[in-house]
Design a protein around this ligand. Structure first.
Ligand code: HEC
Length: 401
């Protein structure tokens, strides 16, 4: 009996190394306005929380020595994510542990707030060709909902009466409470934004109607809880007809000077709509384990790729000769990894990379702005690629306890 149990646990531990489960969005009544949901609302008890791991994004080295030092030993962070939907919207609730609450102050440029984002793929009909996970790439756009913890502030000229300092109100007791409540209701949170991304440097803000976007972030007892609501259909991404969609999640830790690309990032996660048909191929693609042989893959990858790429246990390549692959298995899908090896030009890791090796740029740009990677196609036969992918999928940091 004991033996059986141990075996079962071992199997579980081994398989959970790879297997990622899908999130099921639970259907709720159409009469509920999901954009008004708060993390503690009873409605969330209907949805199961799924653990989604967000890995330190190590592709591009950040241009800030102190930040790099603070983040050198980063482990991955686990977020708990649940989802509900109705005919109008899809809502996510995301909670994660963070020992320090960091709030960005409007006047300070060196203090960074904690933050969280959800990324949607504009096109997801081919689960093997999802957008590049770090903010999309050419012809594979993403829609990003982002919120950051910032100090609340007032929109100028909206309400003069409540713009005086709290100490100058002459209000006491209940009056002061009323004053505080009025101030809170009027304050806006600057960092509720929605972007379309086609690569690191092409973020276009598409909505700025802050406060109406159905986002919310609150901190209590060492834990953040955030809500994101997306309309089932808008001009950027229509998810109303899908049985399942890909979504990915990102976290920023202001305490470690996290901002922009310095974040924790999940891979594409399948989100299934309870009671809807379709999307099986997507769910399969994002939840199945790679079939290749990890050991054979490791031997090949170390022999063929280590001259340009760094691995956690092998740093022979000059710094930033190519993207560091420390966490590539955490935030990349198997299909993306296979594509990167076979057709390196399908997705050229986008953006201007300030830290690229001075005599070795990652890509060249022609007169039309088309980028051509300097990585040669590495392998052609399916077995070698499958083995390499199985190994690359193991490359990821441990999860922080
Ligand atoms: C000649 C140098 C070179 C070699 C050899 C090389 N790569 Fe690359 N690789 C690059 C460069 C440069 C990029 C970034 C530009 C791009 O996206 O193609 C890259 C990008 C990648 C990416 C995407 C990284 C990301 O962050 O999304 C993966 C995965 C990858 N390579 C895997 C491999 C594997 C596996 C091998 C060996 C089979 C290999 N590379 C061999 C230079 C190289």
């Amino acid at each position: 009996m004991i033996k059986k149990l141990t075996l079962g646990l071992m199997f579980f531990a081994a398989s959970s190394l790879f297997a990622e489960s899908a999130i099921t969005a639970i259907k709720v009544s159409n009469s509920i306005d999901l954009s008004k949901t708060k993390p503690n609302d009873a409605i969330w008890s209907k949805a199961k929380a799924n653990e989604v791991i967000c890995y330190p994004q190590t592709t591009i080295k950040f241009n800030d020595k102190k930040a790099n030092e603070l983040n050198a030993q980063n482990k991955a962070k686990a977020a708990n994510i649940s989802a509900i939907y109705n005919a109008h919207s899809l809502a996510f609730k995301i909670t994660w542990n963070d020992a320090t609450q960091n709030i960005q102050l409007p006047q300070k440029s060196d203090i960074y707030g904690d933050g969280v984002a959800v990324q949607f793929a504009q096109k997801f009909d081919d689960p093997k060709k999802l957008p590049y996970i770090g903010m999309g790439s050419k012809d594979r756009e993403v829609l990003i909902y982002l919120q950051k913890a910032v100090e609340q502030y007032f929109e100028p000229n909206k309400d003069i009466e409540h713009q005086v300092s709290r100490d100058n109100t002459n209000a006491f007791g209940d009056d002061l409470k009323k004053y505080d409540a009025a101030v809170k209701a009027l304050a806006i949170n600057e960092y509720h934004k929605v972007f379309v991304g086609e690569g690191f440097r092409s973020m276009t803000q598409v909505r700025s109607d802050y406060g109406k976007l159905g986002m919310d972030m609150s901190y209590k007892g060492g834990k953040w809880s955030a809500i994101f609501t997306k309309p089932m259909s808008d001009e950027y991404v229509d998810i109303s007809k899908a049985g399942a969609i890909p979504a990915s999640f990102a976290l920023w830790d202001g305490d470690k000077l996290g901002r922009d690309g310095l974040k924790y990032l999940s891979s594409w996660v399948a989100v299934k709509f309870q009671g809807k048909k379709g999307g099986d191929a997507l769910v399969d693609e994002l939840t199945s384990e790679p079939a290749g042989d990890v050991q054979a893959g490791e031997a090949q990858v170390k022999a063929m790729c280590a001259s340009c790429h760094r691995f956690a246990d092998q740093n022979a390549a000059p710094a930033a000769m190519g993207p560091a692959l420390y966490n590539i298995g955490g935030y990349s899908t198997s299909a993306y990894l296979a594509e990167s090896i076979k057709e390196p030009n399908a997705v050229v890791v986008p953006g201007y990379n300030r830290n690229a090796h001075p005599s070795f740029s990652w890509y060249s740009v022609d007169d039309n702005g088309t980028r051509t990677t300097t990585m040669p196609p590495m392998m052609n036969d399916d077995k070698s690629i499958a083995d390499a992918v199985a190994y690359l999928k193991t490359l990821k940091a441990e999860v922080e306890k």
